[in-house]
Design a binder for this molecule. Structure first.
Ligand code: F6P
Length: 556
């Protein structure tokens, strides 16, 4: 496969190289030219120790990265890149509460939320840990009451359904973890997630629910997000239609937010609010009170195990040398493909039914963090930054999009995520699942030559179509079992991977200005949809579409 230049909507991006002020990049470029045509088959044949050399165990998590287009020299040079990028320094700055989110003048401390050690964490001279622990205790007390049936709805019935109303980071993380940890859930408490402002979402979620036994969590860092507030008001009205009196709201609505005033203005008593802080990014917030729906579902002890798993990965990330550091290795491999091979995307392929929402969660975590074309200082970058992250359940993907990964023209590095032990007792199902995962990574790596194709049984026509080039890179991330602890480790590993890549690309991974313009325009367009006169103030396409909608809206 030949190297392809990175492309971007930013027309300044002309080179696939990482910031050239890092001196090792010249060496990496040179090394890339030497290695780009080499096949992993040959690398495996030459080095019987390749699996041992390029794999790493950290507690519950095992990473095999030997099926990558790397040699020991590649990893040494990439590690040098990490050193030159001062990953260690930035990591320490993040953990110690420095305001590394420079455009918002904020610290970045999702790690404090899962700090299970006794170290203080300072922000502006204040140790945030007592506040963090106090909120966890309040969440535990509340969740315990709901789970035990001590917290009753207004008519004296116990809560059977929880509806988390939120979007983006206030939805994707809790929803994914709730799904992932199904075997740990309370048997008589269901959690539903409403995010879309398409009214069908909230209407459908509520149609089977009983207001007397339903608890709403309005989850929003800002408490101003249009989609969430619209759905929250709808839910409030739905509830009041049945309960009649506003005094019942306190038993059925709680808020999770950093914005106390807006929570009060909505009509939720601050005593019913679970707080978090501006140093928690939305997409990094499942560890905070945003995880209340998770704690309600799985209980305090399992929630703490989730935090502990993340903390254990944090400690590994802080202490392991860069060359044996799992998130750093994952990040460097991503940079290798993104900036040298010109790969544009990264596939996330869970071979675990309970992890089927992980790709969607990582889409936000990664792309909202590193989808930037301006560096920390505000200069346009001339190198490729965040990859397009996508994926789906691997086994289903095999029967849908794997064709393109195997035989298409794109290089798509893929992460395969697999649990060794399943929660059900269907061992033969699990064996088939694991056999397929193994077969796919082997096929991607080895491919099938013309000679092998000719000597294989079967129809000998159309041989060219039946040859597989192989040499497609993949990581295998193995969990002994999907537990709160191993899930915490896995998610923290990806968070730190994203962080390391952001540092190498000299980005602020913790702001998201790119989502603002659309929000502003939507506010401007909303009143235009119901006005009588035709709209003429936008471009011809947008005017045309608004006026088309107006016509159908009037007819309804
Ligand atoms: O619009 C993007 C975003 O700001 C995300 O970063 C965030 O997770 C989501 O919206 C929801 O925001 P909030 O929690 O403030 O409602």
């Amino acid at each position: 496969m030949s190297a392809m230049p990175a492309t971007s909507s930013n027309t300044n991006v002309s080179s696939s190289a990482v910031p050239m002020h890092r001196s090792v990049c010249q060496q990496l470029q040179h090394h890339f030219q030497q290695i780009r045509a080499r096949h992993m088959r040959d690398m495996f044949a030459e080095d019987p120790q390749r699996f041992e050399r390029f794999s790493l165990q950290v507690d519950d998590l095992f990473l095999d990265y030997s099926k990558n287009r790397i040699t020991a020299e590649t990893m040494a040079l990439l590690t040098q890149l990490a050193e030159e990028s001062d990953i260690g320094g930035w990591r320490d700055r993040m953990f110690s509460g420095e305001k590394i989110n420079n455009t918002e003048n904020r610290a970045v401390l999702h790690t404090a939320l899962r700090n299970r050690g006794d170290q203080p964490v300072w922000v502006d001279g204040v140790d945030v840990m007592p506040g963090v622990l106090a909120v966890i205790d309040r969440m535990a007390a509340f969740a315990g009451q709901v789970r035990d049936g001590a917290w009753l709805g207004y008519s004296g019935k116990r809560i059977t359904d929880v509806v988390n109303i939120g979007i983006g980071g206030s939805d994707l993380g809790p929803q994914m973890v709730y799904q992932a940890l199904k075997p740990y859930r309370h048997p008589d408490l269901k959690v539903h997630f409403v995010s879309n402002v398409d009214g069908d979402h909230v209407a459908e979620a509520l149609e089977a629910l009983d207001p007397e036994t339903t608890l709403f969590i309005v989850s929003s860092k800002t408490f101003t997000t249009q989609e969430t507030m619209t759905n929250a008001h709808f839910a409030r009205n739905w509830f009041l239609q049945h309960a009649q009196s506003e005094c019942h709201i306190a038993r059925h609505f709680v808020a999770v937010s950093t914005n106390r005033d807006a929570v009060v203005a909505f009509g939720i008593d601050p005593a019913q609010m679970f707080e978090f802080w501006d140093w928690v990014g939305g997409r990094y917030s499942l560890w905070s009170a945003i995880g209340l729906s998770i704690m309600l579902a799985i209980g305090h002890a399992h929630f703490l195990a989730l935090l502990q798993g993340a903390y254990d990965m944090d400690e590994h990330f802080r202490q392991a040398p860069l060359a044996q550091n799992m998130p750093v290795i994952m990040a460097l491999l991503g940079v290798w493909y993104n900036n040298f091979f010109g790969a544009e995307s990264q596939a996330i392929l869970p071979y675990d039914h309970y992890l089927r929402s992980l790709p969607m969660y990582l889409e936000q975590a990664d792309m909202e963090s590193n989808g930037k074309s301006v560096d920390r200082e505000g200069h346009a970058v001339d190198y490729a930054t965040g990859a397009i992250v996508w994926g789906a359940s691997g086994i289903n993907g095999q029967h849908a999009f794997y064709q393109l990964i195997h035989q298409g023209t794109k290089l798509i590095p893929a992460d395969f995520i697999v649990s060794m032990q399943q929660h059900d007792s269907l061992q033969s199902h699990h064996d088939i699942l694991v056999a397929n995962f193994l077969a796919q990574t082997e096929a991607l790596m080895r491919g099938r030559t013309l000679a092998e194709t000719q000597s294989s049984a079967g129809d000998q026509s159309w041989l060219a179509q039946k040859v597989f080039a192989g040499n497609h890179p993949s990581n295998a991330l193995l969990l002994k079992q999907l537990t709160p602890h191993s899930l915490g480790m896995l998610l923290a590993a990806y968070e730190h991977k994203i962080f390391v890549q952001g540092i190498i690309w000299n980005l602020n991974s913790f702001d998201q200005w790119g989502v603002e313009l659309g929000k502003q325009l939507a506010k401007q367009i909303l009143p235009e949809l119901s006005q009588h006169d035709a709209v003429t103030t936008h471009d011809a396409s947008t005017n045309g579409l608004i006026n088309y909608y107006q016509r159908w809206r009037k007819e309804r």
